[in-house]
Design a protein around this ligand. Structure first.
Ligand code: TMP
Length: 218
């Protein structure tokens, strides 16, 4: 049985360079100013063990088979859920996670072409049944996003995933768009605007809608 938590769980998703890390930080501040206790975390990573798995996953020097890649993302997720997500939701915090299971469907499913049903099963196992209450999907054309992402990263010419070709990144975007269509109640699509501030305003509007619905249901 899936536990009911006092806190709630928001995930932020999108292709490379969509600005989700910046927007996740701004969202944390926005919710804290409203009096919520907020934990900001990320996948892959977010806890000591999972950050080590992240280093393997993003290392451009390593050649990793698609199925091994999938299992590594899922194994990092198990530890992250156990160490960070579950205990903080139980304490009543809002947990914001920069990437989560939708990324696995988009990247390993639509990008690497691993069977989606298999990924869904593994996602269910790895998350212990914990699903996001709300997902903000920041939509960007990969042609623009990938240039932005590579400019920021510590690996020259991008990390292992960023180095994939444009077709891979376009397929990943198709994956996110398909998920947004399949789960319109949970996933809110926001087109990334030219300025951080404009995108932030659109996100905050979605958050307000979510909070008022939640208030009515409590
Ligand atoms: P980022 O957090 O800096 O965006 O880097 C994480 C990379 O890992 C990004 O390229 C997306 C990728 N990723 C997957 O391929 N599958 C997953 O399940 C997750 C969470 C991330």
């Amino acid at each position: 049985m899936v536990a009911k938590f006092k806190g709630f769980f928001i995930t932020v998703e999108g292709c490379e360079g969509c600005g989700k890390s910046t927007q996740s930080r701004l969202l944390k501040k926005y919710l804290e100013n409203k009096g919520f206790k907020v934990v900001l975390t990320r996948e892959p990573g977010g806890s000591t063990v999972a950050e080590q798995v992240r280093n393997i996953l993003l290392n451009p020097k390593l050649k990793i088979a698609p199925l091994c890649e999938l299992m590594l993302y899922e194994s990092a997720r198990v530890q992250h859920i156990e160490d960070i997500v579950k205990p903080n939701l139980a304490k009543g915090c809002v947990v914001i996670c920069d990437r989560f299971t939708d990324s696995t469907i988009a990247y390993q499913g639509y990008g690497r072409k691993i069977d989606i049903k298999t990924i869904e099963k593994l996602n269910n196992i790895a998350t212990l049944g914990i699903n996001p209450d709300l997902t903000i999907y920041l939509d960007i054309d990969p042609k623009i996003g990938i240039v932005r992402a590579k400019a920021k990263k510590c690996f020259n010419n991008g990390d292992r995933i960023e180095r994939e070709n444009i077709k891979f990144h376009n397929d990943v975007r198709r994956g996110f768009l398909a998920l947004a269509k399949k789960y319109p109640k949970r996933i809110k699509t926001i087109k990334t605007e030219p300025t951080v501030k404009d995108t932030r305003i659109l996100i905050n509007a979605e958050i307000e809608k979510f909070l008022s619905k939640r208030k009515k249901n409590v």
